[in-house]
Design a protein around this ligand. Structure first.
Ligand code: C2E
Ligand code: MG
Ligand code: MG
Length: 648
């Protein structure tokens, strides 16, 4: 129960703080000596309600002849009279009976009283009691005897009793207060405990939430959302576990070869579905000793555990190829898929994730290079090739500035009369670091790195300037041919740059033929067509270079705005041997003529090849038979003559 007095809360009942029964038995025993009744009584709210004090008093007198009586009504009056300043009250009833009441206060709260009751302060009025006794029907003698036994304490003798009561009240208050403190401490402890357990519950809730979030984060961090397979990070974590292990692992890095075609042809949704299916199938078939992850796009990174020899890995590779090359069916469509694979062994080919992945990537690149659907194990020499490439890129970046580039020219000769029709500008690089580098090597590098844009521009400009010089000298060839990469054409500034160069070098458009490699151009034919048409409209000539190495789609030829078809050397090499090439070359030339295209044969080295091409009515010849590519000053000897001798 909670009470308030003087602004202080005490949350305990007096009876909870002291053992009232025990105290009373102690204090009451005093009464047997003094004849005064001593009682400690807790103030209870109930004491003041629902009790008819008048009738209680009367009942008491009627039923109890003992003089140990106390009037409850008077008790109520006492409690109400007890103000904060009062140390005690002497209360006198109308029958002359008096009681001394001392309050017990704890921390300012008035909780109990000590009563010293049943005494007279002066000789009792026996007549009053006689009439009261007869009114209640008491035995007069007995009643008066009892009244006479009630001690009469003279006022001057009250003080020791009051002092005694004050001391008892103080003592009881101290005991109660001490107990209260104890209880408070306990209560605080238990409150702290409750608080703690609430905090604990909260923490548990937070922990649960954190765990869920962590699980989600982990899912995002370690799993691929599309396929649900582990991702790159997962493999990295897995590999790190093997840091101190003596066991070997294989990293199998696979790239699906033709997946872009599937995405473009059937839509990305279909592509995604297929990737999911491939991922699932891989996981099912390889789960025994491999972790299959999707690293990005159409690339899968597979980690094979406990590898003892290459044969162990080859077993998995065979499984992978059996799976991947099988027929894939999805939404009633059929797909044929191939994949290139690079393999690196941990820790031999790299003892940390980055290194091992780089090794696998290098091997993968090599396998893509040598042809699709093949696998390559990493070797140190592959790494050397890559570092050469990196070094070379650095050098190539500065090649123009360092004056390391130059153009050689190779004549293209009219087959009917030997006249030099054109000179093909062929780029040469004499690197300070690497010496002469084959165009097949550095042009690919320039294309891959975007360096082909500034380099190609330099080529075009240099060739135009050369052309101007030669034309001004009066040489009678028709035009010069310049090779351009598809990367260049697709650069949005290409057309403007060509116009600018023509303008700045004062080159008529008809003096310029651009050679574009067939295979690369056909891959993105639609977007290239617009640019080719623009170039043609500007008056430039266009040749389709290396014809026969790519799609060779004769169907497309119709729609291409070209002037010349350059037959690849591989056809020329096959001439004069009654071969397939002989027949094809013949047909291509016929067809080209029907389309009003000129045909230039590349790489003609021998007389019989020339003869064969004459027979097939090829238009032009280019090759070592007449001249290798030479620096401009050397090729000028031929230009001065203007003709080669075609005597067969
Ligand atoms: P391409 O345009 O097909 O050039 C013909 C290549 O065949 C040249 O190789 C030439 O030297 C070689 N060749 C010509 N006649 C014969 C022959 O009778 N026998 C043999 N074995 N080879 C012959 P090169 O100069 O090594 O150039 C290779 C390729 O590099 C070129 O092939 C062309 O695709 C590319 N290229 C060269 N210069 C440039 C350039 O300035 N820009 C671009 N984008 N590509 C260039
Ligand atoms: Mg060419
Ligand atoms: Mg060619």
């Amino acid at each position: 129960m909670e009470r308030m007095k003087a602004g202080v809360f005490v949350e305990y009942k007096f009876s909870e703080l002291v053992d009232i029964k025990h105290l009373n038995s102690l204090i009451e025993s005093l009464g047997t000596i003094t004849g005064i009744g001593y009682t400690i009584k807790e103030i209870k709210d109930e004491s003041f309600v629902n009790i008819d004090h008048g009738s209680l008093c009367r009942d008491f007198y009627m039923k109890n002849e003992s003089t140990r009586q106390r009037c409850y009504n008077d008790e109520k009056i006492v409690v109400e009279k007890m103000t904060e300043e009062k140390e005690y009250i002497i209360h006198k009833c109308k029958n002359g009976l008096a009681q001394i009441v001392v309050p017990i206060r704890i921390d300012g709260c008035y909780l109990a009283n000590i009563f010293a009751s049943q005494m007279f302060l002066e000789e009792p009025n026996l007549d009053f009691f006689r009439s009261q006794g007869s009114q209640f029907g008491f035995d007069e003698k007995k009643y008066i005897k009892a009244v006479k036994e009630i001690p009469v304490i003279k006022r001057e003798h009250l003080k020791p009793i009051i002092d005694f009561l004050l001391k008892v009240a103080k003592l009881v208050s101290e005991i109660a207060s001490r107990h209260l403190n104890e209880l408070e401490v306990n209560k605080k402890l238990s409150e702290s405990y409750i608080e703690l357990s609430a905090v604990y519950q909260q923490l548990r809730g937070a922990e649960h939430q954190l765990r869920t979030q962590y699980d989600e984060l982990e899912k995002m961090a370690y799993y691929d959302p599309l396929t649900g397979l582990p991702n790159w990070n997962f493999i990295q974590r897995e590999l790190n576990k093997y840091d101190d292990s003596s066991l070997k692992l294989a990293i199998i890095y696979m790239d699906l070869d033709n997946f872009r075609g599937i995405n473009n042809g059937f839509g990305h949704q279909c592509g995604d579905k297929l990737l999911r299916k491939i991922g699932e199938t891989f996981q099912d078939y390889l789960k025994e000793n491999c972790i299959v992850s999707r690293s990005s796009g159409d690339e899968f990174l597979i980690l094979q555990r406990n590898v003892e020899s290459k044969e162990d890995v080859l077993e998995s590779i065979n499984k992978i190829y059996n799976l991947i090359n099988s027929r894939w069916e999805l939404d009633e469509k059929e797909f044929f898929i191939s994949g290139s694979i690079g393999i690196a062994i941990f820790p031999d080919d790299g003892d940390n994730f980055e290194e091992i992945l780089r090794s696998a990537d290098i091997a993968l690149n090599k396998s893509k290079h040598i042809g699709k659907n093949s696998h390559i194990f990493f070797e140190k020499s592959l790494y050397d090739q890559i570092s050469r490439r990196t070094e070379m890129e650095k050098e190539l970046r500065n090649a123009i500035k360092n004056d390391e580039l130059m153009l050689h020219y190779q004549p293209q000769v009219d087959i009917k009369n030997g006249k030099i029709v054109s000179l093909e500008a062929l780029l040469r690089w004499n690197s300070k670091k690497f010496g002469w580098v084959s165009p097949y090597e550095f042009i690919k590098l320039a294309e891959d790195t975007g360096l082909i844009i500034p380099i190609g521009q330099w080529v075009l400009e240099t060739a135009c300037i050369q052309n101007k010089e030669w034309k001004s000298k009066g040489y009678s060839y028709d035009f010069i041919s310049v090779n351009v990469s598809v990367t260049q054409i697709q650069n949005r500034d290409f057309l403007d740059n060509v116009k600018l160069i023509l303008e700045q070098t004062g080159t008529k458009p008809e003096y310029l033929e651009l050679e574009i490699t067939e295979s690369v151009m056909m891959e993105t034919i639609e977007s290239n067509l617009r640019i080719l048409n623009e170039l043609r409209n500007m008056g430039l000539r266009i040749a389709l270079d290396d014809f026969g190495t790519g799609y060779s789609s004769l169907n497309y030829l119709k729609s291409l705005p070209i002037n010349t078809l350059k037959l690849d050397k591989s056809f020329i090499d096959g001439l004069c041997s009654n071969s397939y090439e002989e027949l094809i070359t013949c047909e291509i030339i016929k067809l080209a003529h029907k389309m009003e295209l000129d045909v230039t044969a590349e790489g003609v080295e021998f007389k019989n090849q020339l003869q064969s091409l004459v027979d097939k009515e090829c238009n032009r010849i280019q090759g070592y038979y007449f001249s290798k590519p030479f620096p401009p000053e050397e090729i000028e000897f031929d230009l001065k003559k203007g003709f080669f001798d075609i005597k067969l």
